[in-house]
Design a protein around this ligand. Structure first.
Ligand code: GTP
Ligand code: MG
Length: 303
């Protein structure tokens, strides 16, 4: 029994592609959110959980701020708003290679009356060769909002990251633990498995296609093989918006689907620690990103 349980909730928000999910994975010490070079990779709020001694840290990864163009984006934006409500600290993540834009201005506007402290992390400083450029960006951000701290970092190159946890520790408070202590996320296993497949689609295909794609696990069963070892049979459905996209996801003689499948299977085998046998199907659901029932079916509704 922990005598004085403590916790801290930290939401990470910012423009698409800034490196929010990369940061949360780093802080959790395990990959719980998919990452890709394409904007709008994350679609829902994802909790990353770390328990150290008496303290439970909850890091909330959110979708990147963008303009709503579909009903799905409206849900994504709602999940950002919900995520930054009732947290102990907000981390705003900026991209050092991008100028301050309407996205940052809108985000800051929505933070103003929350009375929650905001720390700004300026990520990807490894890409900035001219230090004076970085200094002027820091100055512009300090004029934009009263950030508690502004820390230049690179998640990829491990620059400045040691400064983050001591800042978060200032916001720890006495409170029960809300999540199980030994799980890195409360994300359902089937959701994580479908995210692995979506990551491979994002990494292998042009943006228009993955943005219109949803993935769900149709079946999953573990069985014993003749040699006594275990194998997991997984049936995965990839849903796309148009028949022409279906052809591209399958690829010439099935080559693209095969590549997505074998990359996803490898990650799943690492996750389960045993063999995985995966079956992939591609289905078309016209304009599903504008259909509330489909958004709900694919677990993408903000609640
Ligand atoms: N050069 C460089 N690239 C980085 C750094 N951190 C993350 N990236 C890359 O930036 C891309 C986006 O990273 P994500 O973590 O998916 O970004 P995100 O903010 O979660 O993006 P959305 O979910 O789309 O909002 C990936 O290709 C990362 O590998 C960094 O410090 N330097
Ligand atoms: Mg993300």
């Amino acid at each position: 029994m922990i005598s004085n349980p403590k916790s801290v909730f930290v939401a990470v928000a910012g423009r698409p592609n800034a490196g929010k999910s990369s940061l949360v994975n780093y802080l959790v010490g395990e990959k719980i959110a998919i990452v890709s070079e394409k904007p709008q990779t994350t679609r829902t709020r994802i909790n990353g959980i770390v328990t150290k001694g008496e303290t439970q840290y909850v890091f909330i990864d959110t979708p990147g701020m963008h303009k709503a163009k579909t009903k799905l984006s409206t849900h994504m934006l709602k999940s950002i708003r919900e995520s930054i409500t009732d947290v102990d600290l907000i981390i705003m993540m900026a991209d050092a290679t991008k100028k301050i834009s309407a996205i940052e201005e809108n985000l800051v506007d929505s933070l103003k009356d929350r009375h929650t402290d905001v720390v700004l992390l300026i990520n990807k400083v490894d890409l900035i060769k001219d230090k004076s450029e970085l200094l002027s960006l820091i100055k512009e951000y300090s004029e934009l909002y009263d950030f508690k701290e502004i820390v230049p970092i690179s998640v990829k190159k491990n620059i400045g990251l040691d400064a983050i946890m001591p800042i978060i520790d200032r916001y720890v408070r006495l409170s029960p633990h809300y999540f199980e202590d030994d799980l890195p996320t409360d994300q359902a296993e089937r959701i994580w498995l479908s995210e692995i497949v979506r990551e491979k689609i994002l990494q292998n295909m042009q943006a228009e296609i993955p943005h219109g794609t949803a993935v769900y696990i149709e079946s999953m069963e573990t069985r014993q093989r003749k040699n006594g070892s275990e194998i997991v049979d997984i049936g995965v459905v990839i849903v796309c918006e148009k028949a022409s996209h279906k052809g591209m996801i399958i690829g010439k003689q099935g080559a693209m689907l095969k590549k997505i499948g074998s990359e996803a299977r490898e990650d799943m085998q690492d996750y389960f620690g045993c063999k995985v046998n995966m079956q992939l199907w591609v289905k078309v659901k016209e304009d599903w990103r504008n259909k509330e029932s489909a958004i709900a079916d694919f677990g993408l509704k903000s609640d």
